[in-house]
Design a protein around this ligand. Structure first.
Ligand code: NDP
Length: 507
């Protein structure tokens, strides 16, 4: 059943001079300009600071998921191109990057960070056009955080001995990095900034649907005068990602994406001695106790699951509500859902943009249908969706049981499953009843309860009275099927270093 209840609308005062029937609460369109950006018709592979077509020459088209219009063609790398990119990274590591003192590497990273800030509007618009995410998110979250990662790791580049005392930190060599489509630029920054700060060179493979900010970043690499081969970017399908991570001359693998592909990569490189971090899926529990400030919790729940259309590995996709506040909380949540604006990602008022691809939209639809078929009750606000593009209404399921697929599987869309609990012990047991362990949230006014919950939950990150907060200084990563290793903070730096030395060589 789809309920179509809208928040109560109040009549406008006569003094506003509106025509009869005109909705006084409607936002006027506020589209971000696109005339300051330039998307090339075709992008080659970025190897050794040069853009060049793949060999043999082959390309595929990248579209705007909000309009389904083509944006550009990008090169489809071959196995030989992967080999060339790894060779370029190896040579740059051997001849230049590994020999530069940390303070010199830091200068390049600071330069990259400053250029990203200068070109922030350009990055934000291209990111929203290519990924479907609302401009207010790419402008206020993705791009500033990406620049912040470069600033942060620039600060560590000449202080590795202090970060890891008595360990003789050394770079690993060549890093192969495969990233997903939900945070294309931010994931690039999470991967490239610590790798370069630690003295490694990289080959990055963006997701096939969202390579455009990576190629814009390649332009920044040239602008910052980074030595050729330190950063290489290649595009192509999943098999090319596999060619890259299994290449014998790669020392470090960093992957963010689905658990299924993460497992394939782990199997493929097992026993090779490559250092690896896997950042995989999640099914986070967001737990609201009866003493929580409900209005604040509503905003945290909304941000937790509808931010970036729910296409977030750490999204708060399972909401656990203590039974005594269930009804008021659900009423408030439904009313708040009705105020979310779905539509043009480039409109500054848009809260929920387009799902990244037709394939992802189909996956979300299939799981939502399974929720209905398994007996959960669906609520969607009656908002108008654009005629074209991959849009989906913010969705709320109540009456969800733990065995439902929508309570078990990662949906990666704007869909929230609501469950209830009576005691903290029950909340902990239900929250941990998942193969994943990436993140969680707790809402309560009691500090002691926060600590008890944090200690008991098998999740890499637990937010208290907030959700989806990120900072370059904080490590991020999962337990169980959410992967292993940490990104961010000193932990993220250690993942790109050989720390086997014990300082004895210093004499
Ligand atoms: P994938 O894991 O397939 O894609 C992530 C990255 O891995 C992309 O660059 C992709 O390339 C690449 N890749 C795909 N297959 C291989 C392979 N065999 N070897 C090496 N690299 C590979 O995610 P999907 O895009 O297919 O999304 C499927 C589901 O995964 C989503 O519905 C969501 O549940 C989850 N997901 C989780 C993410 C997270 O952050 N934890 C991020 C994205 C998805 P290409 O794009 O060319 O296929």
């Amino acid at each position: 059943m789809t309920l179509t209840k809208k928040p109560e609308s109040r009549p406008a005062p006569n003094s506003w001079g509106l025509a009869s029937g005109e909705n006084p609460w409607e936002y006027a369109p506020a589209p971000e300009a696109t005339d300051h950006i330039r998307i090339e018709p075709e992008y080659g592979l970025f190897i050794g600071n040069e853009f060049a077509p793949s060999k043999p020459r082959k390309s595929f088209t990248v579209i705007n998921p909000a309009t389904e219009e083509p944006l550009a063609k990008v090169a489809h790398a071959s196995k030989a191109d992967v080999h060339r990119a790894v060779g370029s990274a190896r040579e740059a590591h051997r001849s230049v990057w590994s020999k530069l003192p940390g303070r010199e590497r830091a200068k390049y990273l600071y330069r990259i960070a400053r250029i990203m800030q200068e070109r922030a509007r350009e990055f934000a618009v291209v990111e929203s056009m290519n990924s479907g995410k609302p401009i207010k998110e790419s402008r206020d979250v993705d791009v500033p955080l990406a620049a912040a990662h470069f600033f942060y790791y620039a600060g560590w580049a000449d202080k590795l001995e202090y970060a890891f005392p008595n360990r003789e930190p050394r770079s690993l060599g060549v890093a192969a990095q495969v990233i997903p489509w939900n945070f294309p630029l931010l994931m690039l920054a999470w991967k490239i900034a610590p790798a370069l700060a630690a003295g490694n060179t990289v080959i990055l493979k963006p997701a096939s649907t969202t390579p455009l900010t990576a190629y814009l970043f390649a332009d920044v690499v040239r602008q910052a005068d980074l030595p050729p081969g330190v950063v290489n970017i290649i595009t192509g399908p999943g098999e090319i990602g596999m060619e890259l991570v299994t290449h014998p001359d790669v020392n470090k693998v960093a992957f963010t994406g689905s658990t299924a592909v993460g497992k394939m990569i782990a199997r493929a490189i097992a026993g090779t001695g490559k250092k690896v971090t896997l950042e995989l899926g999640g099914k986070a529990a967001n737990i609201v106790f009866d003493d929580a400030p409900l209005d604040q919790a509503i905003e945290g729940i909304i941000n937790g699951i509808y931010f970036n259309q729910g296409e977030v590995c750490c999204a708060g996709s399972r909401l656990f509500v203590q039974e005594s506040v269930y009804e008021p909380l659900i009423d408030k949540l439904k009313a708040r859902l009705g105020t979310l604006r779905v539509g043009d990602p480039l409109d500054k008022n848009t809260d929920i943009g387009a799902i990244n691809s037709a394939g992802q939209l189909a996956k979300v639809q299939e799981l939502v249908e399974s929720g209905i078929a398994e007996g959960a009750e669906i609520f969607q606000p009656d908002c108008q969706l654009p005629a074209r593009g991959f849009f989906f209404r913010p969705t709320l399921f109540t009456g969800v049981s733990q065995s439902h697929r929508i309570a078990q599987e990662e949906i990666f869309g704007p869909v929230l499953s609501v469950l209830t609990f009576r005691t903290p012990e029950e909340a902990i047991e239900k929250a941990n009843n998942t193969p994943y362990g990436l993140s969680a949230g707790v809402w309560t006014e009691k500090g002691s309860r926060i600590f008890k919950m944090i200690g008991a939950m098998r999740a890499g990150v637990v937010w208290a009275n907030t959700f989806n907060r990120f900072d370059p200084t904080s490590p991020f990563g999962g337990y169980k099927e959410s992967g292993y290793g940490r990104e961010g903070g000193i932990h993220g730096l250690g993942a790109y270093l050989d720390l086997s030395g014990n300082g004895s060589r210093r004499g």
